[in-house]
Structures are given as structure tokens and as C-alpha cells.
Design a protein around this ligand. Structure first.
Ligand code: DGL
Length: 270
């Protein structure tokens, strides 16, 4: 276990958030909105995106490298802003690191409760849908509803390229949402943190009668709860610095991050 000395100023330390790429910025936005005084350090592992078609062992290796980096930057907690990485690596990470680790999973439970007609669609990566963790979610919350799953191959890459409005992105969304609409889903889970960035296109395809559910806000609340319990919430009232680290080789990496974050960003290269 990689241990971390608890220093006197534990509360002042940053919170680390990471994803296979820029998708977790959708979670970071919720965290910054709920905990504006916290310092946040975001790692976009874009060089290795997507995680969705990687083996659990490959994803675990990426998570160890990133978590080691975050621990070396003295984070007080880690948020895995990625459903695919959570499914593949959260247990291993909790065994390995002695600090709070918050993960996320597709909102099957909330969707099953929210659905009026009992038909729920789940958009996620192949890795998430194939995972034991997702099978467990279906087992626990999917019994009284019909759940239709759809892997969205290629959609993460569209968001990574910053193509939020492109025709090719729209075509993929139509292709992936149609089977859910054909089955009559009235509630659709956005089970990957990249998808909230194309929410407007998804809404255009599924129409306003269909509810879309994502877990970014719930993850931020869970983080707040854990930090409060451990007495680790920052006791400062100035706005915390948010910095980004990326290993993206794309020429437009800065532009993509800033357009998703919706303001100028401090960006470092990994
Ligand atoms: N954003 C990710 C998720 O929530 C991972 C996408 C990927 O890299 O395949 O699952």
C-alpha cells in the first residue's frame, strides 16, 4: 500500500480528479461548483483514450500511474471521473492507496426509480457494460425494469477531438440512441463522463419526453460527504486553483480543454 503521511495542512491539499481523457471535466465542473474553495488537479490521460476497449489489466496499469502522480502531488483524495476506470480498477486502487477514493457508476438505480414506463436505456463504453460491476448494478436495481444497453464505440473519440457539434458525432448519436427509442425507453443513463458534453445533441435525437441522467452532481456530493466526515474540507474562502495535466499530443489539446471547461485554464504537459 502506498502510504501518505497526513500533514498538518491536510485540508489545504488539492483533490485529484482523472479520466481517460477530457470527459471527467464534466465531473470536475460539478465538484468546482459545489466545492469552489478546493484546489483541484485534473489529469486527462488522453494519450491512452479510450479506455473502453482496453482490458481491465491495461486500465489498472493506467490508474496506478496516474494515482502515483497524484499522490506525489500530495492530493488528499482522488476522484475517478470515469465509469470505465471505476469498473476496472476501483477495488485495486482502494487496496493500494491510503486516501479516500471516490468512483462512479452508471446511474441505473436513479433511472430505474425515475422511469415512468419501466424502460431504461444505458449508453456507456464496452468496458463498463462488460464489467462485473455493471452486472452487479443490473442485478441490484434492474429487476423490475427493462434495461437496454448500448455501447457507444467512437463517441469518446469525438469528444476528445472537440467535435461536439460535428455531423459524424450526430450520426453516431443517432445510431446509438435509435435502438433505445425503438424499445420505448423514457429514461436514458449517460454512463460515460464524456457524454454530458454531447448532451445537447442527444436531447435533439431523443426529444424532450425522454429524461437523461448522469452522475456528475452525485459524485461531487459524495466527495463532499467523504471529506466532511474525515474533516478534510478546506477552511479557506478564496476560490481554489484548478489546474490541468494532459498527455494529449493533439495540436488543439488546450482549445479542447478550455472549451469544455468554459474558461481559460492552467494546462501542464505530462
Ligand atoms: N469517460 C470514461 C467513462 O466514464 C471513459 C471513456 C473511455 O475512455 O472509453 O467511462
Amino acid at each position: 500500500m502506498t502510504d501518505q503521511p497526513f500533514m498538518h495542512d491536510s485540508k489545504q491539499r488539492p483533490i485529484g480528479v482523472f479520466d481517460s481523457g477530457v470527459g471527467g471535466i464534466s465531473v470536475l465542473q460539478h465538484i468546482h461548483a459545489l466545492l469552489p474553495n478546493e484546489q483541484l488537479l485534473y489529469v486527462a490521460d488522453s494519450k491512452y483514450a479510450p479506455y473502453g476497449n482496453k482490458t481491465p489489466a491495461e486500465i489498472q496499469a493506467r490508474c496506478i500511474e496516474i494515482a502515483d502522480f497524484l499522490v506525489n502531488h500530495h492530493v488528499k483524495a482522488i476522484v475517478v471521473g470515469c465509469n470505465t476506470a471505476t469498473a476496472a480498477a476501483i477495488d485495486m486502487m482502494r487496496e493500494r492507496y491510503a486516501l479516500p477514493i471516490i468512483g462512479m457508476e452508471p446511474a441505473v438505480k436513479s433511472a430505474a426509480t425515475a422511469s415512468r414506463n419501466g424502460i431504461v436505456g444505458v449508453l456507456a463504453t464496452t468496458g463498463t457494460l462488460k464489467s462485473a460491476q455493471f452486472a452487479g448494478l443490473l442485478e441490484s436495481y434492474g429487476r423490475n425494469v427493462k434495461i437496454i444497453t448500448q455501447a457507444c464505440v467512437g463517441l469518446v473519440e469525438c469528444v476528445e477531438r472537440g467535435e461536439l457539434q460535428a455531423d459524424t458525432t450526430m450520426q453516431l448519436i443517432q445510431q446509438y440512441c435509435q435502438p433505445l427509442l425503438d424499445e420505448g425507453a423514457d429514461t436514458i443513463v449517460l454512463g460515460c463522463t464524456h457524454y454530458p458534453f454531447v448532451r445537447a445533441l442527444i436531447e435533439q435525437v431523443v426529444g424532450e419526453e425522454v429524461s437523461l441522467i448522469d452522475t456528475g452532481a452525485a459524485v461531487a456530493r459524495q466527495l463532499q460527504k467523504r471529506l466532511a466526515m474525515l474533516n478534510l474540507l478546506v477552511n479557506d474562502n478564496k476560490v481554489g486553483c484548478v489546474s490541468f495535466w494532459t498527455n494529449s499530443k493533439a495540436d488543439n489539446a488546450r482549445q479542447v480543454i478550455e472549451s469544455l471547461w468554459r474558461r481559460p485554464a492552467v494546462i501542464n504537459l505530462l
